[in-house]
Design a protein around this ligand. Structure first.
Ligand code: PLP
Length: 458
């Protein structure tokens, strides 16, 4: 029985310890609290977080329907690694990546192998590890040195590839993006690839701008390299966002397993797969592209089942949510959702292009993401960081940041349109951009620039 009246259920909520006192930040409290008090404190403190629906910086899902929430609620407890305890969840995971293999036009989905992951980062690590192991084996068989692997990619890669190279001792070789070559398109490959190249990463949906890299052209350049040097260099497609857009909106674009050199494709279930965070997927075109010695076995229905992952325990709920989404939307539903996101992106980019201050980098016709920059010579009174801050006051998070290496002098601002940014809300956003740009343009002296920082990290 409680002997501390101050913590009693009758005490008004905000006069209780925790709410009427300042909670210690780094030391666990000595005593218990009532559940309602603890919950109130957590909810109150997180009120200071942003409204995720107004966050146009992230690619990650922030809205699911109520039936999805029920699926989530009834599967909180499932652990993806316990294939024996949750064999049906394991079977559903298997179905999901087979559906993706088919969506990505694997010539024979039965010949593929894949897995769910916690996100694209883990999926990319696995893709990279498979490339590295395959290369090492080849080198050893040939009696050649296998100690200095390198991986070729655009300077605009997501940070997970820098992590991969750092954590797994692979030399990153960056192809700088420039005004002429806005994405990796095969142009610089002959100077960068050699016998130590484990693979080339092609990004479907570059995080900086949302543009697709030219997978088919990259493959063609690698074909030419193979014809002249004998080097057979595979491609991993980092389709974190685009692998769940292109099949629906650009079905004729050649970027997936129809391109023979594409060994593996990864995506984030929690981006345009339309699931809450954290879920990723990776699929190999043929089983043999995932070297056997990367695979471990866990027990499953009295036998064993192969797994390959960096994590052990991980929530199973997201996999069930992905399955729910596949059933709920089907191909046509995904197409409709992504088409309306693209309509919104095109509406916004067209509206921004009309403003005298700006020039578009791209218009959102690959994935529904686009970036713009301040027209050269337009003003020296303000920059895009000021516009970012003005929009922030209205609740919108629209990040400004510098472009990568070779273009760092160029600051861009970007909008990621996700399911949930309706045309109606987008019209409000565009009106706010117009109002705030007019405000900044009317300034008669320069805004201070101290303490400005990028609104997003790649
Ligand atoms: C988001 C993203 C990643 C990382 O994905 P997570 O699911 O957040 O781990 C990797 N590559 C690209 C191109 C991305 O857009």
């Amino acid at each position: 029985m409680s002997t501390r009246p101050a913590d009693g259920a009758l005490t008004p909520q905000f006069t209780r310890p925790g709410e009427a006192t300042i909670t210690s930040r780094h030391v666990m409290p000595r005593q218990e609290s009532l559940p309602e008090t603890a919950r109130q404190i957590v909810e109150d403190e997180t009120m200071l977080d942003g409204n995720s629906r107004l966050n146009l910086a992230t690619f990650v899902g922030t809205w699911m329907d109520d039936a999805a929430k029920q699926v989530y609620q009834s599967s909180f407890d499932k652990n993806m690694i316990d294939k024996d305890e949750y064999p049906q969840t394991a079977a559903i995971e298997d179905r999901c990546w087979h559906m993706l293999a088919n969506l990505w036009n694997a010539p024979d989905a039965e010949e593929t192998i894949g897995t769910s992951t916690i996100g694209s980062s883990e999926a990319c690590m696995l893709g990279g590890l498979a490339l590295k192991r395959r290369w090492q084996k080849g080198r050893r068989i040939a009696g050649a040195d296998a100690s200095r692997p390198n991986l070729v990619m655009s300077s605009a890669v997501q940070v997970c590839w820098e992590k991969f190279c750092n954590y797994f001792d692979v030399e990153p070789r960056f192809v700088p993006i420039t005004i002429e070559h806005r994405v990796l398109d095969g142009h610089h490959l002959p100077e960068l690839v050699d016998e130590n190249t484990i693979g080339v990463v092609a990004i479907m949906g570059v995080t900086y701008t949302g543009m697709y890299e030219a997978v088919a052209e990259i493959a063609r350049a690698l074909d030419e390299i193979q014809a002249s040097s004998g080097l057979d260099i595979p491609i991993h497609v980092d389709g974190a966002s685009g692998a769940m857009i292109a099949p629906f909106l650009q079905p004729d674009l050649l970027w997936d397993f129809r391109v023979e050199r594409v060994h593996s494709i990864s995506t984030s279930g929690h981006k345009y797969g339309l699931v809450y965070p954290g879920l990723g997927w990776v699929v190999w075109r043929r089983r043999e592209w995932l070297p056997e010695d990367l695979i471990f076995d866990v027990s499953y229905l009295g036998g064993t089942m192969p797994t390959f992952a960096l994590n052990f325990s991980r929530p199973g709920a997201q996999v069930l949510l992905q399955y729910y989404m596949f059933l709920r939307l089907g191909f046509e539903g995904y197409r409709a959702v992504h088409q309306s996101a693209q309509d919104v992106a095109r509406f916004l980019s067209a509206g921004i292009a009309k403003l005298d201050a700006f020039e578009l980098w791209n218009d959102g016709s690959d994935i529904p993401v686009f970036a713009w920059y301040l027209r050269h010579g337009h003003t020296s009174n303000w920059n895009l960081y000021h516009l970012q801050d003005r929009l922030r006051q209205r609740g919108w998070l629209v990040p400004a940041y510098p472009m990568p290496e070779a273009l760092t002098g160029l600051t861009v601002q970007r909008i990621v349109v996700r399911n949930g940014l309706s045309m109606d809300l987008a019209a409000e956003l565009l009106a706010d951009i117009e109002t705030e740009t007019a405000y900044l343009d009317a300034l008669t002296s320069p805004m201070p620039t101290e303490g400005q920082r990028p609104g997003f990290h790649h």
